[in-house]
Design a protein around this ligand. Structure first.
Ligand SMILES: [Zn+2]
Length: 147
């Protein structure tokens, strides 16, 4: 484990209010992925955004639900609308869509990632499993599994 990963583990421990809860793997439940794909397609050409619900058990961060907030669909950038909202209890990160075939985080996205949890997803047009990219709090690509 490199230095950066251990720093992330420390952060998630603080975030969840329990230093023992550290993870080395991220699993997104298949139902959640299917929901993300469906909502992104329905929202197109607008962006949608939701928070990711999850927990850490046996070293695995498991994403098992979405939490929607008012005004999650926007044509002005979903992230900016949520920018001032407090973190919702039980959420570990965020997901939003890009109505263009590019899942690279914008500067607003990176600012949001740094302040709102530890795992973030961007789903880009054409909204398929392969166009969903995971990022850590620093905006670096982070691998995940779907199960
Ligand atoms: Zn974005």
């Amino acid at each position: 484990m490199n230095e950066k990963n251990s720093w992330i583990n420390k952060l998630i421990g603080i975030f969840l209010g329990n230093q023992e809860k550290k993870f080395h793997e991220i699993i997104i439940e298949r139902e959640v992925v299917e929901e993300i794909i469906q909502i992104a397609r329905q929202s197109h050409p607008l962006e949608f955004m939701a928070m990711l619900e999850g927990n850490v058990s046996a070293g695995i961060l498991r994403i098992n639900g979405l939490v929607f907030v008012p005004g999650e669909t926007s044509n002005q950038g979903a992230v900016m609308k949520l920018f001032m909202m407090p973190m919702i209890t039980g959420t570990v990160g965020s997901v939003h869509s890009h109505p263009i075939p590019n899942a690279t985080p914008s500067s607003e996205d990176l600012h949001f990632f740094a302040k709102n949890g530890l795992f973030h997803l961007i789903i880009a047009d054409p909204y398929i499993e392969e166009s969903i990219v995971g990022y850590d709090t620093f905006g670096d690509v982070i691998k995940y599994k779907i199960d």
